[in-house]
Design a protein around this ligand. Structure first.
Ligand SMILES: [Fe+2]
Ligand SMILES: [Fe+2]
Length: 194
């Protein structure tokens, strides 16, 4: 049974690592992870969902140079886009830090891939990837877009809907989606299940 009160200490710790705005996004993502898990009857512990949402952006406000230094010092294996856009390093950096703290590999893998998505992100990663994008505090989605994503029958379908919204956005900016996001979409379209 999910009980938010068991996360009071973790919430306080996470809050101390970031701005109030980022903390509210992290809380919204954590709550959305739990809602997705329940709505789609996922066979994932809701506590893990909440924890993962809370922790996913612990390095999001680090300066580029600090992220790059961490990635270099810890010899993190990176996607090509992550080498080009340092902000994207906050996923792999946070995942590495959480692994050192003893968090389990499913949570660390979910955090690792939450920015770009990946066929390797696992079930918890799929939940986090979607929750990060649709949590109520995010203003890039209209209420209608959020609702129509949540009318889909499975999380894979929600994910494909989300990736196609992202693709349209990238196209409007004259950019290409990341290789990792493209391979996630191809994987799901070919019937893959995370
Ligand atoms: Fe993030
Ligand atoms: Fe986030």
């Amino acid at each position: 049974m999910f009980s938010k009160t068991s996360f009071t200490v973790l919430e306080r710790d996470v809050r101390s690592l970031m701005s109030e705005r980022r903390f509210l996004h992290s809380l919204g993502t954590a709550q959305t992870c739990v809602s997705l898990c329940e709505r789609y009857h996922e066979n994932v512990e809701v506590d893990d969902c909440y924890r993962c949402g809370l922790l996913h952006d612990i390095a999001r406000e680090w300066p580029d140079a600090k992220l790059q230094e961490y990635a270099r010092e810890h010899q993190l294996s990176l996607e090509s886009e992550e080498k080009l856009i340092p902000m994207l390093l906050h996923g792999p950096v946070a995942a590495d830090m959480l692994a050192y703290k003893g968090y389990d590999s499913a949570l660390c893998t979910a955090v690792r891939y939450h920015t770009l998505g990946s066929p390797y992100m696992g079930r918890l990663g799929l939940i986090l990837f979607i929750a990060d994008f649709i949590e109520p505090g995010r203003t890039h989605l209209s209420g209608g877009q959020r609702e129509s994503l949540l009318e889909k029958r499975s999380l894979e379908e929600v994910c494909c809907g989300l990736l196609s919204l992202q693709d349209s956005y990238f196209e409007s900016k004259g950019k290409r989606p990341a290789f990792s996001s493209l391979s996630l979409r191809k994987f799901i379209e070919e019937g893959g299940r995370l």
